[in-house]
Design a protein around this ligand. Structure first.
Ligand code: 0PR
Length: 381
């Protein structure tokens, strides 16, 4: 017997459409690190919509698929013995990276009042980490190119430091910290190194001359790498990868009534869609296909930079990846005026600048349309 909901379907669709249409379409968003999922990701999403990796004894196939995805990401990041999982995003991945370091260093060195040293350019997720994990957050200065100053990092490290954080692809400028130097430093001090490559992890490996930031550097313990950013997977799909399984053990709790005895994830119930959609894209496009997509984004970034230079705007740093910010005192006003016209860009803290992320949905056509509106806005200010 039908409960009658079928008759009400069209009414529901009307309601949902009304709200969904209030969202700004990605074709007008030049500030987001997320993008429309790849058609391959959507295909996988539909097949895995009901899966729950919180109980992997039930979803054994999904768990196996996650293993294959980890191997692929491990290959990309130069580590055959990689261990990790797909989580809700970069925030959770960063939490788990620092949490594993904290637990390991507590055991290894008996550190009870831990601190970590992060770059001033770190994502705001580290604010939450300090609060949740009870870890003191020490912020290291940046050099003139907005990379973390390794000498200052070193001066902030003391006997209670459990980990240093480096960023491969900063949120605001797309800059890459000197991970090679940071790796050397942590080896000397016998502490952990977490690399936040939430964005850059699926960009840097596909660049012509990839800057070393991953497990090929002996000091790197964990890496955040998010398929729901440049991996074009469906949200949520964040990634936390560790050098080896011992880090996952440091995160384990017992799970008496599940099909498995322990759980190392932060959330309990956990969608398999992030795994399936990320796998679908990476497996099918392959690293070559990903390279093409990244190249196109970098090409479009250069196109935007050229046009902005013609309009008198200079990038804060010469763009390294598909994130670029342009210095201007009028940043907030420009952003607000564009928002009134339903074009979304963002601004950064220091220096005052407007920021763009040239995701796969930011095509040449989008850039041309945007610039037409942008010209009108700046001439009206
Ligand atoms: N680490 C870095 C370097 C990041 O840039 C981000 C997010 C995170 C960690 C946290 O990742 P989750 O948001 O997945 O937890 N950076 C973007 C930002 O804060 C996220 C974003 C995405 C913001 C889409 C807006 C948006 O429309 O700018």
């Amino acid at each position: 017997m039908s409960s009658g909901w079928e008759e009400r379907l069209s009414e529901l669709e009307e309601i949902l459409k009304t709200y969904r249409e209030k969202d700004i379409p990605y074709s007008r968003v030049l500030s987001s690190m997320c993008t429309s999922p790849h058609p391959l990701a959507l295909k996988a999403l539909n097949m895995f919509i009901e899966t729950n990796l919180g109980d992997p004894g039930i979803f054994q196939g999904t768990r196996e698929l996650e293993g294959r995805l980890m191997q692929m990401l491990g290959e990309l990041l130069h580590n055959k013995s990689v261990a990790g999982y797909i989580c809700s995003g970069g925030t959770e991945a960063n939490i788990q990276g620092v949490r594993a370091a904290r637990n390991i260093m507590r055991r290894k060195k008996g550190i009870s009042e831990p601190n970590i040293v992060i770059p001033e350019s770190a994502h705001f997720s580290f604010e939450k980490i300090g609060d949740i994990l009870g870890v003191e957050i020490r912020r290291a200065r940046l050099d003139e190119d907005y990379r973390v100053d390794t000498a200052h990092v070193e001066s902030l490290v003391d006997s209670n430091t459990i980990s240093v954080v480096g960023i491969a692809g900063t949120t605001e400028l797309g800059q890459i910290d000197p991970i090679v130097e940071l790796s050397r430093l942590v080896e000397e001090k016998d502490i952990e190194l977490h690399v936040d490559a939430a964005f850059g992890g699926l960009v840097i490996p596909f660049m012509d001359e990839p800057y070393p930031f991953d497990f090929q550097l002996d000091g790197v313990s964990s890496i955040t790498i998010d398929p729901h950013k440049m991996g074009m997977a469906t949200i949520p799909s964040g990634g936390i990868l560790f050098r080896d399984e011992s880090y996952l053990h440091a995160l384990e709790v017992e799970t008496p009534y599940l099909t498995t005895k322990t759980q190392f994830t932060l959330t309990g119930t956990r969608p398999g869609t992030g795994v399936a959609s990320a796998f679908a894209v990476l497996h099918t496009l392959g690293f070559e296909g990903m390279k093409e997509i990244v190249e196109k984004c970098l090409e479009n970034t250069n196109l935007l930079v050229d046009e902005m230079r013609n309009l008198g705007f200079e990038p804060v740093i010469e763009p390294i990846m598909n994130v670029v910010s342009f210095e201007t005192d009028k940043a907030e006003r420009i952003k607000d005026e564009l928002m009134k016209r339903k074009w979304v860009i963002s601004t950064i803290r220091r220096p005052r600048a407007i920021r763009f992320v040239i995701m796969p949905h930011v095509t040449e056509e989008v850039i041309v349309n945007f610039l037409a509106e942008f010209r009108r806005v700046i001439s009206s200010l």
